[in-house]
Write a protein that binds this ligand. Sequence first.
Ligand SMILES: *[C@@H]1O[C@H](CO)[C@@H](O)[C@H](O)[C@H]1NC(C)=O
Ligand SMILES: *[C@@H]1O[C@H](CO)[C@@H](O)[C@H](O)[C@H]1NC(C)=O
Length: 127
Amino acid sequence: MKFAISSVLALLTTAALTGAAALPFEARDVYVPPVTYPHAGTVWTVGQRHNVTWDNTNPPKSITNKIGRIMLRKDGFTTPVILQENFSILLGRIEVKVPWVEDGDDYQVVLFGDSGNFSPLFTIKGA
Ligand SMILES: *[C@@H]1O[C@H](CO)[C@@H](O)[C@H](O)[C@H]1NC(C)=O
Ligand SMILES: *[C@@H]1O[C@H](CO)[C@@H](O)[C@H](O)[C@H]1NC(C)=O
C-alpha cells in the first residue's frame, strides 16, 4: 500500500515538473524597474528610515513576480541583509530602516522582482 501511494506521488510530481517545464514557452514579462532612490550622493545614517523608490511607470500587464525584496550590497557584493521583503513591486516605494552596518561609501540597494536591479553607490554612516 505504501508503495502504491508513493508511486502515485511520483507520477504527480512528474506531471508537475512537466507542467513547469512548459512555462518558459509562454509569454512572460520580466519587469525590472530602475531604482531612483537612494542615488549617487545619498547619505543614510544608521537607524534612520527612508523610502527606497523605483520608477514604476509603464509596468507590463503580466508580471511574473510582483513580490519584491530589497537587499543591501557593499563593495560590489550582495550582503545577506534584507532591508524589506514581501511588498508589491507595483508600489514604487517602500520604507526601510537603515541597518547597523559599518560606515562606507560603496553601498547599493538591490531591488528584486523578476530579476535584480542595483541602485547607484551611496553612503551609510553611523549615528
Ligand atoms: C515614506 O513614504 C510614505 C508615503 O508617502 C510616508 O508616509 C512616509 O513618511 C515616508 N517615510 C519616510 C521615512 O520618509
Ligand atoms: C506576505 O504578504 C502577504 C500579504 O500581505 C501575507 O498574506 C503573507 O503572509 C506575507 N508572507 C510573508 C512570508 O511574510
